[in-house]
Design a protein around this ligand. Structure first.
Ligand SMILES: [Zn+2]
Length: 431
């Protein structure tokens, strides 16, 4: 199933006009989605309530059993001390045996009581399972094309994608096991970049900048070609970590500042701030106007920047393809099942053929916008090379065919604002 391209058109034409969709015109697509969301939330809440009951019983059970066990332990200890002193003091043997029998009885009763309560909890746990079955539709075959995983090639593709995902996550041994079990052969050249990225990221998370710096210096030119400021940011962070050490590091920090030299033109302002902070080193940067340099979120930020730029340089996507597919599947599935139901109710099967289209839009945020397409808001057609999107001087965008149709006596009136203009002033735009 090839995802329907996400429309990146909200900025250029009114958001109420959506791109072509099988369901354009059928009433209340948005309402449908909203109802679906409300329903899903209710379903989650229902399961959550059952879960809370189980958790509550677990906690109560824990407290109760601890109390009872403590009590028993106290009794046993007491009994032991009585046994130790037996013979030394004048304790009656029959009294002692009675106490022992009583203690054994209590232990037995407690064990029975705890076991039966434990059984009760099992009942609550199985209720959670039932609540899940009741609230969530496990039958998704209606919206899944049966032939998706038919061929061995597709199976292999799936295995490879999972293996790649595991490498990305640094779960090397799991990936190796999967390779062995599925018979997938992964080329070392595919594995290597992930291993290296993981090693460097691991170090960055431990606030060790050296592996990342070595990598950035080695790849300096290629990073600069990508317009990446990764190397500068790594040096900057190293400099800040020196500032953190206080006045003892002053000389080292000054020496280290020579690393900023190649970046002087591009990051002049940042470098000025860093050098200016040295003045306050004696009194502590944390008490100076430069205290923002010490913000701790910079470490998380540098991990993100490193991942983004290193992936770009290695030609890898920043997000794991498997995660993105999974997330879009989670969003699409409930809506698709609802649509399927609507199709069946209205007896218009054949509208959606399962082929290579997804009759809904999936929004996973800006970083997951792929293959942007533009649908002309006037002609309601997807633009193409022969009919490209054209930006009018007022900023509105329509297709060239629409522009030609709307042109009257060498003048064009924008259908949206409506500014009068010369059609030849319109510029073709590229996504
Ligand atoms: Zn306009």
């Amino acid at each position: 199933m090839i995802p329907y391209p996400v429309q990146d058109t909200s900025a250029v034409h009114p958001p109420t006009r959506k791109g072509p969709s099988c369901f354009q015109g059928t009433s209340g697509g948005g309402v449908l989605l909203l109802q679906q969301q409300v329903l899903a939330m209710e379903q989650c809440a229902c399961v959550e309530r059952e879960l809370e009951k189980v958790l509550h019983r677990f906690v109560t059970y824990g407290h109760q059993s601890e109390e009872r066990l403590d009590e028993l332990l106290r009794n046993v200890c007491e009994l032991r001390s009585q046994l130790v002193t037996f013979g030394v003091q004048d304790t009656d043997l029959s009294v002692l045996s009675q106490t022992m029998a009583q203690c054994c009885k209590e232990i037995k009763e407690t064990v029975q009581m705890l076991a039966s309560r434990h059984k009760d909890i099992h009942g609550s746990v199985s209720k959670v399972g039932k609540a899940i079955d009741r609230n969530f539709d496990a039958e998704v075959s209606a919206v899944v094309a049966e032939t998706v995983w038919d061929s061995s090639e597709k199976q292999r593709n799936l295995s490879e994608t999972i293996v790649e995902h595991l490498y990305r996550q640094g779960m090397l041994s799991v990936a190796e096991d999967l390779c062995q079990e599925s018979g997938v052969v992964i080329d070392m050249s595919m594995k290597q970049p992930f291993l290296e990225l993981n090693r460097i990221l691991e170090a960055l998370r431990m606030q060790d900048l050296r592996p990342a710096l070595e990598w950035a210096v080695t790849n300096r030119q290629r990073l600069l070609d990508l317009n990446s400021s990764l190397e500068f940011k790594l040096h900057r962070l190293y400099f800040i970590s020196l500032l953190n050490g206080g006045v003892e590091n002053q000389l080292e920090a000054l020496h280290y500042a020579r690393h900023f030299q190649p970046f002087a033109a591009q990051h002049q302002r940042d470098i000025q701030v860093l050098m200016g902070s040295l003045v306050y080193l004696r009194n502590g940067i944390e008490n100076s106007p430069y205290r923002s340099l010490l913000e701790t979120n910079q470490w998380a930020e540098i991990c993100n920047i490193f991942t983004r730029d290193a992936c770009a340089l290695l030609g890898l996507s920043v997000e794991s393809p498997l995660s993105v597919s999974f997330a879009s599947g989670c969003m699409a599935l409930p809506v698709l099942m609802n649509i399927k139901q609507v199709i069946e109710q209205r007896q218009c099967s054949g509208v959606w053929t399962h082929k290579d289209e997804l009759p809904i839009e999936i929004d996973l945020g800006k970083k997951c916008w792929y293959h942007s397409v533009f649908a002309c808001p006037i002609l309601r057609q997807q633009t193409s090379e022969s009919n490209p999107p054209m930006k009018l001087i007022c900023g509105h965008v329509i297709s060239r065919d629409a522009l030609n149709k709307l042109t009257n006596a060498g003048k064009l009136k924008c259908p949206y604002c409506p500014m009068e203009q010369n059609p030849s002033d319109a510029k073709q735009i590229y996504f």
